[in-house]
Write a protein that binds this ligand. Structure first.
Ligand SMILES: O=C(O)C/C(=C\C=C(/O)C(=O)O)C(=O)O
Length: 88
């Protein structure tokens, strides 16, 4: 979904899932997914809200049994962002 979104260059998207061994949440069922969308700074709040909502929609559709699904965006500083790709 993000790969097709106008806001992104698909080649720059990285996705990971990190399981949490021990946790407790305040609502039942006791299962959760929290997504953090690391975004290069510069997008306005409406765009960030749209992206978070789109991720929430996809996760909700894929994981209907999960008790809590949340999405936050975190803006990265473009000026200090460092990147290295392997290859020629
Ligand atoms: O530097 C870039 O704009 C591309 C990039 C990451 C981009 C995002 O995270 C973004 O669009 O929010 C990269 O890692 O090369």
């Amino acid at each position: 979904m993000l790969a097709e979104h106008r806001e992104f260059d698909a080649e720059t998207i990285k996705i990971c899932a990190i399981p949490v061994e021990y946790y407790r949440i305040g609502t039942d069922p006791q299962t959760f997914v929290h997504a953090t969308l690391l975004l290069m700074q510069g997008r306005d709040e409406a765009t960030r809200s749209e992206l978070n909502a789109a991720v929430l929609e996809v996760l909700s559709a894929a994981l209907p049994e999960v008790g809590s699904i949340t999405v936050q965006d975190v803006q990265m500083n473009r000026a200090s962002y460092a990147k290295r790709l392997a290859g020629p």
